[in-house]
Design a protein around this ligand. Structure first.
Ligand code: CO8
Length: 261
């Protein structure tokens, strides 16, 4: 099972869902995982009693390793297109959510894992110097798409994003806090409890006012993708299936394996 979702009513009368991502070993965002994730978020979105969603990991040391590289390596254009649509869908479901969304980042969160947490309203990370977070795509020889870039700009500003993306920077938890990539650091064993406490504060705001404000802030970024979805998919497929890009991915995969030996 890729997800463990539980609804609780710890925050007064409203329900808060806690989603524990469970896709061993590193919660990579594969096509299957993303499909299941999106269905789960959609169900919660339709459940009017559910006002908040906390996303966390049940894997030790890793929140999410980002997009599953195996879904982009040596795959047919049709598979790549289906995969990319699922990545877009995950971003759209979370970034447009009416629920209060909190990322309880209890481990490393590179690339797509960082993107997922950036879609949330608030980010709490485990205070552990071994954990890192950031959009490191250029290190793989690939380019973060415009909507990854826009989501980061909306969080930390233009200059910081420019440097972070060009260098493919992965930040330690304390550096991530300094640049505003995460909002709060807490000891590892308190990440989920702090997320629950923070949720209570956010849920004290009337939903309609908070939701309209959220939508006003995010709409231009969302519209940019929704009006260019098919072009974005085509661009991704053409880019990722290039021989040179496949070679870079292959080398990166090799490097990941070699680190272990
Ligand atoms: N996809 C697939 N497999 C992965 C991934 C991944 N993203 N990350 C790790 N793995 C695999 C490893 O190869 C290893 O496999 P095996 O056991 O067969 O050797 C296994 O998972 C365990 O990995 P580690 O031993 O490295 O686990 P650690 O706990 O030591 O480290 C980390 C965990 C820190 C998450 C580490 O695995 C890591 O850094 N992974 C790579 C993360 C990364 O760079 N992800 C980028 C993915 S690309 C992306 O998300 C956005 C792409 C946008 C594309 C745009 C194009 C236009």
């Amino acid at each position: 099972m890729a997800l463990r979702a539980a609804l609780s009513n710890k925050c007064g009368v409203s329900s808060v869902a806690v989603m524990h991502m469970q896709n061993p070993p590193v919660n990579s965002l594969s096509l299957g995982f993303l499909t299941e994730f999106c269905i789960a978020v959609e169900k919660l979105e339709m459940d009017k009693s559910c006002r908040g969603l906390i996303v966390t990991s049940s894997q030790p040391k890793v929140f999410s390793a980002g997009l599953d590289i195996m879904d982009m390596y040596g795959k047919s254009p049709e598979h790549c297109a289906e995969f990319w649509r699922a990545v877009q869908e995950m971003w759209l479901k979370l970034y447009t959510s009416n629920m209060v969304t909190i990322a309880a980042i209890n481990g490393s969160s590179p690339a797509g894992g960082c993107l997922m947490s950036l879609t949330c309203d608030y980010r709490i990370m485990a205070d552990n110097p071994r954990y890192s977070i950031g959009l490191n795509e250029t290190q793989l020889g690939i380019v973060a798409p415009f909507w990854f870039k826009d989501t980061m700009i909306n969080t930390v500003g233009h200059r910081t994003t420019e440097m972070a993306l060009e260098l493919g920077l992965l930040y330690s938890s304390s550096d991530a806090l300094k640049i505003g990539l995460v909002d709060q650091l807490v000891p590892e064993d308190q990440v989920l409890a702090t997320a629950t406490k923070t949720m209570t504060k956010w849920l004290a705001i009337p939903d309609h006012a908070r939701q309209i404000t959220k939508s006003m802030m995010r709409k231009p970024t969302i519209d940019k993708l929704t009006s260019n979805r098919e072009t974005d998919i085509q661009f991704f497929v053409n880019f990722i299936t290039k021989d040179s890009i496949q070679k870079s991915l292959g080398m990166y995969l090799g490097m990941l394996k070699k680190r272990k030996s």
